[in-house]
Ligand binder design. Structure first.
Ligand code: S3P
Length: 441
């Protein structure tokens, strides 16, 4: 079977209710934090994607048992000193930057050397952004030209650090937070705002953490060496997965969609804020709070008169994984949309800023780039009829799914390669898209 999809017709109007799979960031944090708890944790609705399976395989190699029950995973943590690290352990993080980086934080007290590697795409990404702060804790860590494979040998004499996180990266912040729980004394972090799932977990697990905010930065103090107990967690739906269907609905004709039970943590809500500023009418319904995380249903309707946005750079972190689909909406909106300071997009599973721009140009949209700022010249009457092939995108799952949404809303005959890439974050993508009536071959 060929690893590609063909799309030759736009989606017909639909009016449906769906649920998207569990949040990837929260699922990986659940696995890693449960592996260090004392006793059993029960995780419901864990995302069963390749990135999360890689996390389960990594903790297994470190001597942590888990089993899958009918509707939950049970993970048997052995506490902060519980990993078994002897025997030249090699961990494979697959495609997951979050896993590779966060687990390094948990290995700062490992008694033996551990090697972490990843797939082709992950092996091209920068790891110095986490290895440099980890060295400050007193850990020996080496990498290949700042990239994977990384070798880490933990220390018995960890010292707390002061760390400033300036990229708006939750992965960097969380890696240091996880190292801090292994370290005696108080680690102090000043971090540009980014997703705060790790902070909410720490609060729930009663790990000593203090957070003060000044709007732009969070000042986080963590007191280390507190052993916490196993926990129960029900993972909410992933807004990053939901975003493909928000845009599918928005750009389709006469359609309506209700997405149930999605995590709408403020630090992830950039997509909704940005689309609503572009004239969408996305409504959050039945809001509730679960273990500090905000959850709601999301209602979206098709919209004809979308308008351009001047997107403030302060929105970037809260929409970091959604810009590819946001660019699609800008392509259909009236006016020139501007986005600033998007350099971090090129540090993802593929260089998404480059790929996003060439995609827009391929479908006839004018884009002007100055450094990491771009202007997208929208065309509300954009309707495609040509033949389009999407390939060479480093198997980036989000490029694949965005391309499907473009094909299903803009017209044309499309061949999109590497359909297996959805398994990284959203194996249910095809089931849901079929449920909405899309025709993919
Ligand atoms: C993630 C943080 C973001 C995001 C990634 C998941 C996390 O990366 O792009 O998909 O779970 O902490 P950065 O921290 O590199 O921005």
């Amino acid at each position: 079977m060929k690893n590609e999809v063909l799309i030759t017709s736009i989606i017909k109007n639909f009016n449906k209710k769906i649920r998207v799979s569990g949040d990837k960031s929260i699922s990986i944090r659940c696995v890693l934090l449960a592996s260090q708890a004392i006793g059993k944790s029960k995780i419901y609705n864990l995302l069963e994607s390749e990135d999360v399976i890689s996390a389960l395989k990594c903790i297994k190699k470190l001597g942590i048992n888990y089993k899958k029950n009918t509707n939950f995973y049970e993970i048997e943590g052995l506490g902060l000193e519980g990993y078994k690290t002897e025997g030249n352990i090699k961990l494979d993080a697959g495609n997951s930057g979050t896993l590779a980086r966060l687990i390094l934080g948990l290995l700062v007290n490992s008694k033996h050397k551990i090697k972490i590697s990843g797939d082709k795409s992950l092996s091209k990404r920068d790891f110095s952004r986490v290895t440099e702060p980890l060295k400050e804790f007193g850990v020996r860590i080496t990498s290949k030209k700042k990239m994977l494979p990384v070798e880490i040998a933990g220390s018995n004499f960890l010292r707390p650090i002061k760390y400033i996180e300036k990229l708006g990266s939750a992965q960097c912040k969380s890696t240091v937070m996880l190292a801090a729980i292994k370290t005696p004394g108080i680690t102090k972090i000043k971090a540009l705002k980014s997703r705060n799932h790790t902070e909410l977990f720490f609060k729930n697990l009663k790990i000593p953490i203090k957070i003060v905010s000044n709007g732009k930065f969070d000042f986080i103090d963590i007191e280390g060496q507190y052993n916490y107990s196993g926990f129960t967690y029900k993972v909410p739906g992933d807004i990053s997965s939901a975003s493909f269907f928000l845009v599918l609905t928005l750009l389709s004709k006469n359609s309506k969609l209700l997405i149930k039970g999605v995590n709408i943590n403020k630090s992830r809500l950039g997509i909704v804020k940005i689309l609503n500023r572009m004239n969408a009418n996305i409504i959050l319904k039945n809001k509730k709070i679960y273990k500090g995380e905000a959850i709601s249903d999301i209602l979206v309707n098709s919209k004809k008169n979308l308008k351009a946005i001047k997107c403030p750079a302060s929105f970037n972190s809260s929409a970091i994984d959604e810009f590819l689909v946001i660019f699609l909406v800008a392509a259909k909106a009236k006016g020139i949309s501007t986005f600033k300071n998007l350099g971090e997009l090129n540090k993802k599973e593929s260089p998404r800023l480059e790929i996003g721009i060439s995609f827009l140009k391929k479908i006839g949209i004018k884009v002007v780039r100055k450094g990491n700022d771009i202007n997208i010249y929208g065309n509300p009457s954009l309707n495609l009829s040509g033949n389009y092939t999407v390939k060479n995108f480093k198997k980036d799952h989000r490029v694949f799914m965005m391309s499907c949404i473009a094909a299903l809303t803009l017209g044309g005959n499309w061949k999109i390669n590497d359909k297996d890439s959805v398994k990284t974050s959203f194996p249910e993508f095809f089931n849901i898209i079929n449920q909405l009536g899309a025709k993919l071959y």
